[in-house]
Every structure is written in structure tokens, then in C-alpha cells.
Ligand binder design. Structure first.
Ligand code: SF4
Ligand code: SF4
Length: 318
């Protein structure tokens, strides 16, 4: 189905709580049967590639900008717009629709970037939700038994009337979703984890900038690793360094580890001992300074109090 277009009407990347009116109230498993086919012969062909929010994962951005042959800066500028990832203060990007509300990659013939289309487009019309996920522990999240699937059914989508039957598993394999899910998983878990905090705690501006840079611009993240004091701060073995120098997928995976440890304090990346010692020394120095200040303030107050007492005693004796 190389020429087929499976545009996503709804973003389904972060679960089922968006626009439930289009979601069929039936939990599906990998073995559930679905009836669906999308191909250039359907009367609605490309109807779903407009008036939509297509959230881009870091891997989507990598694939799309390579497909088009431009760097991340240019891709972000030309094809995306920023927004906050669902119910979080984490900045992300979605595809910037044309003035007519259409995806910039859609033509009458179909999707121009079909083999590199984003995950959200591949999912449609089968969304996935993690119901019993434990966002407090990213290592526990996303177990197979805790997932379920659901069908998104738009009234204009004629694909549901086509005589083609699949299991959800077959559909996902056909769309190349499993492979992408595996790559996207650690990043999705970061977002889900942050989402579970609600708005009680906010990310600092610096943390937001770092999340955005690592999630959207691998070239900048690579410079950050190799051209800043990053390697003075974190322990990164030689083998990993060799891998991430030239391999974008490895760098992507490394960026997820960095984000997990810097945003949530996981042990994915270890800070060098000498940095920790330096920080401790700095904090001690600060504390000593504060103690010295406190002692000085105490002595001054004591002196004031003694003088006041002396004055009062003098007045009494008169
Ligand atoms: S990327 Fe392709 S499949 Fe997705 S909305 Fe755009 S044209 Fe449609
Ligand atoms: S059948 Fe559905 S998915 Fe395919 S083009 Fe039509 S609206 Fe889009």
C-alpha cells in the first residue's frame, strides 16, 4: 500500500481522552478483528489530512527532515508550530497546516512523505491507550497487558466500509507502528510521567528549553553533548560516545536517557564524582557563608540588645 494515504484525523499518541465522540466504546486487543482499508480509490481519499493536530515525536522529526533533505532548524521553521504536549508544560511541535487547513505534505495523489509519515498518521484509525500505566516508574510503564486499543470512526471515513479484515496486530505491523513505538516509547513515557504530575510543579524555563532542544533538534543536541561542558559533567563510556557521534537513532535514545535523568533524576546517566564533589564543596561554602552571616547578625542583635538594656538600667537609676 505504498501509495495509500492513512492520514490521522485525531492525534491518538497520548491516549483516548481526546474527542471521545469519535471513539468507539469498545476495548480492542491485538487479536481483535477490524474491518478497514484505505486506498486511493476511496471517495474520501485524503479527506483526513486536514483540520487535524499531528503531534510529532522526535523520531518523526528525524525521518521527515531527512526525507525532505533539510536540517532540523529549517524543518521546524517551515513545517511545524510549537505547542505544549497534552496536559503538560513540556514544549513540543505539531505539523503547521496550510492556510486552507491542510497538511503541507498532502496532494491529490496522496501523501508526499508516505513511507516517512508520522506515527499519528500510521495509528489512524486504531488508537492505543495505557490504562494501568505506572508513570511514577518509567521502567514499569507500557506493559503489554496494560495496553488496550480503540477504533476512531469519523463519519466521512469510508475506509470502514471496505471489505478488508485484519487483526489489530496485523494492521499495526502493516503500518510499521511496532517499530516506531519501540523507538518512541521512552520519550512518550517522559511525557506521560510529566502529565501525571499535573500542574502542581512546573518545569523551569531552562528545563523546558532543554526538553525542546533534545526532542526536536538532534543536531543541536549533538553539539550540546560534544561542544559544551556536558562530557565534563556526565559519565559517558567510549563505546556510547562512538555510537552517538554519527548514529542519529543512537543519539535519539541517548537523549531520552539524558532527559529522564535531568528532568526526573533517574539513574540513566551518571554525573561524574568530581562534579558531585565540587557541587558539595560549593554548597558547603555557601552554607558556611550563610552561617557566618547568621553569626554576625546574631552578634549585632545581641550588641543592640545589650546597649538597650544598659540605657534602660541607666534611666531606672536616675
Ligand atoms: S503526513 Fe501524510 S498521511 Fe499524515 S496528514 Fe500529512 S499527508 Fe496525511
Ligand atoms: S479512508 Fe479514511 S483514512 Fe483513508 S483517506 Fe479516507 S478518511 Fe482518510
Amino acid at each position: 500500500m505504498a501509495e495509500q494515504n492513512n492520514g490521522a484525523k485525531e492525534k491518538v499518541l497520548f491516549g483516548s481522552d481526546k474527542n471521545p465522540t469519535n471513539i468507539e466504546p469498545e476495548k480492542l486487543t491485538l487479536d481483535s478483528k477490524i474491518q478497514f482499508r484505505c486506498h486511493p480509490g476511496v471517495s474520501c481519499f485524503t479527506a483526513c489530512c486536514g483540520n487535524i493536530n499531528i503531534v510529532l515525536t522526535p523520531y518523526d522529526i528525524l525521518c521527515l527532515r531527512k526525507r525532505i533533505g533539510i536540517d532540523s532548524d529549517e524543518f521546524l521553521l517551515r513545517y511545524t508550530k510549537p505547542f505544549y504536549l497534552e496536559k503538560t508544560d513540556m514544549p513540543g511541535v505539531q505539523i503547521h497546516l496550510t492556510a486552507e487547513g491542510r497538511c503541507p505534505f498532502v496532494t491529490d495523489e496522496g501523501c508526499l512523505v508516505y513511507t516517512d509519515r508520522p506515527s499519528a498518521c500510521r495509528y489512524y484509525p486504531i488508537g492505543m491507550a495505557h490504562f494501568h500505566e505506572r508513570p511514577d516508574d518509567p521502567n514499569e510503564a507500557g506493559e503489554e497487558s496494560e495496553k488496550f486499543f480503540f477504533k476512531v470512526k469519523e463519519s466521512y471515513c469510508k475506509g470502514h466500509e471496505e471489505d478488508k479484515h485484519w487483526t489489530v496486530r496485523e494492521w499495526r505491523a502493516d503500518q510499521g507502528i511496532d517499530f516506531r513505538d519501540e523507538i518512541n516509547k521512552p520519550w512518550m513515557e517522559l511525557v506521560m510521567r510529566r502529565k501525571s504530575f499535573g500542574y502542581q510543579a512546573t518545569l523551569s524555563e531552562q528545563a523546558q528549553k532543554i526538553f525542546f532542544m533534545a526532542s526536536t533538534n538532534l543536531e543541536k543536541f549533538r553539539d550540546f553533548v560534544f561542544k559544551s561542558s556536558f562530557l565534563d559533567t556526565y559519565e559517558v563510556d567510549q563505546e556510547t560516545l562512538e555510537k552517538i557521534k554519527n548514529d542519529d537513532i543512537e543519539l535519539l535514545k541517548f537523549s531520552y536517557k539524558y532527559l529522564a535523568s535531568s528532568l526526573f533524576g533517574t539513574n540513566d546517566l551518571k554525573i561524574k564524582d568530581k562534579k558531585i564533589q565540587a557541587k558539595i564543596a560549593q554548597m558547603k561554602e555557601k552554607q558556611n557563608g550563610a552561617e557566618a552571616n547568621a553569626e554576625q547578625t546574631y552578634n549585632e542583635l545581641k550588641k543592640d540588645r545589650d546597649e538597650l538594656q544598659k540605657t534602660l538600667a541607666g534611666q531606672k537609676n536616675k
